[in-house]
Ligand binder design. Structure first.
Ligand SMILES: Cc1cc2nc3c(=O)[nH]c(=O)nc-3n(C[C@H](O)[C@H](O)[C@H](O)COP(=O)(O)OP(=O)(O)OC[C@H]3O[C@@H](n4cnc5c(N)ncnc54)[C@H](O)[C@@H]3O)c2cc1C
Ligand SMILES: NC(=O)c1ccc[n+]([C@@H]2O[C@H](COP(=O)([O-])OP(=O)(O)OC[C@H]3O[C@@H](n4cnc5c(N)ncnc54)[C@H](O)[C@@H]3O)[C@@H](O)[C@H]2O)c1
Length: 443
C-alpha cells in the first residue's frame, strides 16, 4: 500500500486526492489548516455583489466525500515542517496538539498568498485581501454597514475589477487603483481594456491608474489613502495586487522558479522524486511560451492535481501544458483571452504579429445579432498562434476561446486557421465567420 500525504485541500489538493482514491491499494492523508473545503473564490464577487443569492453553492465538496472514499482527513491542522529525509510531515492542530504523518509520496498543494503593498499603515483595520472564504464573509458584512461608503480597490487585475463591480452593485463609491495605466494589463491589449475601462467609468467606478499608493492613514481603522497624485477618504481597502506561490514548507529543499514557485516537470514531480507540487504553489508548462512559467488559476490547479495523482498511482501521464485561458464579465461586458497578448508576448521576448476584426456573428439580415471583437496573436517567424483575445457586449463568446486554446496547444498556424471548416447557418454564423476572416486577413 502506498501512503500519500497531501498538504492543502483546496482545488489542487482535492483533484490529486480524487485521482489517487479512484484506485485501490492507496492510503491518503489530507491535511488542511482551514475548516472548509473547496471554496470557489471565483464566485465571491458574484455573491458579495448579490448576483447570486447565497454562498452555499460555492463549495463543491466536503470532508465526508473524501472520508467515504477512504481518506484520512485532518482539517484545522497546519503543517509546520517536513523532514524530507525521514519522510515525515509535522503538523499542529488548532488545539495545539502535535501530529505526525509519515509518507511514501508527498503532494504539496499549499496554493498562493496575496501580495501585500509594502507601505506604511498596512496593519490598520478595514484593510483586507480577498482570497479566503472568511475574507469574503468579512467584506460582505462590511458592505452591509451604511457608514462604509468609500471603497478603495488596489490593483485592477481580475480580483480588483470583479470586486470593484461587486462593491458598486452594493451601492458603494468605488475607487479603483492600478500601478499601470489601465485595467487587466496582464491579460489584454489596450484595444480591449479601453472598452472595459469605459464600461467601468460609465458604471460610476472612479479610475485611478498609474497611481501608486504611498501610505494608508488612520488612527485605528483606515481613513485615508495617500498616493503619488492625491489623498482620498476611504472606509475600506481591498488589496488585490496579485499572488505569490506559498513555498514556505519546502523552499530550502526543492528547486524553485524565479518567483519562488516549486519547479515541476510535466508529471508534476519536483526536484525530490517523492514530492509532487500542484496548483498555485507550482510552475506550469506554457505551450505559447514553449517553456516553464507561473500562472495562478483554479483551472490549472484542477488539472495539475489530477496529473500528480495519476502519476502517484503509477499511470505515467504528462501534463499537456496550459495556455492560461481566462475570462471576465463585468456589467454585461464579456472578455476572454488565452495565451499571450501583444504586450505580454513582448515581455516574454516573443516576436509576434496580430490580426484584428470587429464584426457581427451572424449575417446582417438577421434581426437578432451579436457584436464580436477578436484579436489573434501569432509568432512572426513560425506563424504559430500564441494568443487570442475576444469580447462581446451581447453574447457568450467563451466557447470560441477554447478553440484558440487548443490551437495554441497543438501549434496551429494562422494560415491553417484561415481555411478552417466553420459551418454556416444564419442563426449562428456568417458564411465565412469572424475567425476565418481575421485569419485570412493576417499579414
Ligand atoms: C477572488 C478570487 C477569484 C478567483 N477567480 C478565479 C476564476 O474565475 N478562475 C480561475 O481559474 N481562478 C480564479 N482564482 C484563482 C484560484 O482561486 C486559484 O488559482 C486556486 O484557488 C488555486 O488552488 P490551489 O488549490 O492551488 O491553492 P489555494 O486555493 O491557495 O489552496 C491552498 C490550500 O492549502 C492550505 N494550506 C496552505 N499551507 C498549509 C499548511 N502549511 N498546512 C495546511 N494547509 C495549508 C490553505 O489553507 C488552502 O486551503 C480566483 C482567486 C480569487 C482569490
Ligand atoms: N476570472 C478569472 O480568471 C480570475 C478571477 C480572479 C482571480 N484570478 C487569478 O487570481 C490571481 C490573483 O488575481 P489578482 O487580481 O490579485 O492579480 P492580477 O495579476 O490579475 O492583477 C494584479 C494587478 O495589480 C496591479 N499591481 C501590482 N502591484 C501594484 C501596486 N503596488 N499598486 C497598484 N497596483 C498594482 C497589476 O498591474 C495588476 O493589474 C491571478 O492569477 C488571477 O488570474 C482569475
Amino acid at each position: 500500500m502506498t501512503k500519500t500525504v497531501i498538504i492543502g485541500t483546496n482545488h489542487a489538493g482535492l483533484a490529486a486526492a480524487n485521482a489517487i482514491l479512484d484506485h485501490s491499494g492507496q492510503e491518503v492523508v489530507m491535511i488542511e489548516r482551514n475548516e472548509n473545503f473547496s471554496y470557489l473564490s471565483c464566485g465571491t464577487a458574484l455573491w458579495v455583489g448579490r448576483q447570486i443569492e447565497s454562498v452555499d453553492g460555492l463549495f463543491y465538496t466536503n470532508r465526508e466525500d473524501f472520508e467515504a472514499k477512504g481518506a484520512k482527513v485532518r482539517t484545522k491542522t497546519t503543517v509546520e515542517n517536513i523532514d524530507f529525509e525521514g519522510k515525515v510531515v509535522h503538523a499542529v492542530t488548532q488545539q495545539g496538539e502535535k501530529v505526525e504523518e509519515s509518507y511514501d509520496k508527498l503532494v504539496l498543494a499549499t496554493g498562493s498568498v496575496p501580495i501585500s503593498p509594502k507601505v506604511p499603515g498596512r496593519e490598520l483595520k478595514n484593510i483586507t485581501f480577498m482570497k479566503k472564504y472568511e475574507e469574503g464573509q468579512n467584506i460582505d458584512q462590511m458592505f452591509e454597514h451604511e457608514e462604509i461608503k468609500n471603497i478603495a480597490v488596489i490593483g485592477a487585475g481580475y480580483i480588483g475589477v470583479e470586486m470593484a463591480e461587486a462593491a458598486k452593485r452594493r451601492g458603494k463609491n468605488v475607487l479603483l487603483f492600478d500601478a499601470l495605466d489601465r485595467c487587466l494589463p496582464s491579460y489584454y491589449d489596450p484595444w480591449f481594456t479601453d472598452d472595459m475601462d469605459k464600461n467601468l467609468a460609465e458604471h460610476g467606478i472612479e479610475l485611478h491608474y498609474g497611481e501608486l499608493v504611498k501610505e494608508y492613514k488612520g488612527t485605528d481603522k483606515v481613513e485615508q489613502i495617500i498616493t503619488e497624485k492625491g489623498e482620498y477618504e476611504v472606509d475600506l481597502v481591498i488589496n488585490a495586487i496579485g499572488f505569490s506561490p506559498n513555498n514556505q514548507l519546502a523552499k530550502d529543499h526543492l528547486e524553485l522558479f524565479a518567483n519562488g514557485a516549486y519547479l515541476v516537470d510535466r508529471h508534476q514531480q519536483t526536484s525530490d522524486p517523492d514530492v509532487y507540487a500542484v496548483g498555485d504553489c507550482a510552475t506550469v508548462y506554457s505551450n505559447a511560451l514553449q517553456g516553464t512559467t507561473y500562472i495562478a488559476l483554479a483551472s490549472n490547479a484542477l488539472r495539475t492535481g489530477r496529473v500528480a495523482g495519476e502519476n502517484i498511482v503509477g499511470n505515467s501521464i504528462e501534463s499537456p501544458g496550459v495556455q492560461g485561458s481566462n475570462g471576465i464579465s463585468i456589467f454585461g461586458h464579456h472578455m476572454v483571452s488565452t495565451g499571450y497578448s501583444v504586450e505580454s508576448a513582448a515581455k516574454f521576448d516573443l516576436d509576434v504579429k496580430y490580426t484584428d476584426i470587429e464584426d457581427t456573428q451572424k449575417p446582417e439580415f438577421m434581426k437578432e445579432n451579436d457584436d464580436v471583437k477578436l484579436r489573434i496573436v501569432y509568432e512572426a517567424n513560425s506563424r504559430r498562434i500564441v494568443g487570442a483575445q475576444m469580447s462581446s457586449t451581447t453574447s457568450d463568446i467563451s466557447m470560441a476561446i477554447h478553440m484558440f486554446s487548443l490551437a495554441i496547444e497543438r501549434q496551429v498556424t494562422i494560415d491553417e486557421l484561415g481555411m478552417l471548416d466553420t459551418f454556416f447557418l444564419p442563426h449562428f454564423n456568417q458564411p465565412y465567420n469572424y475567425i476565418n476572416k481575421a485569419a485570412l486577413a493576417a499579414e
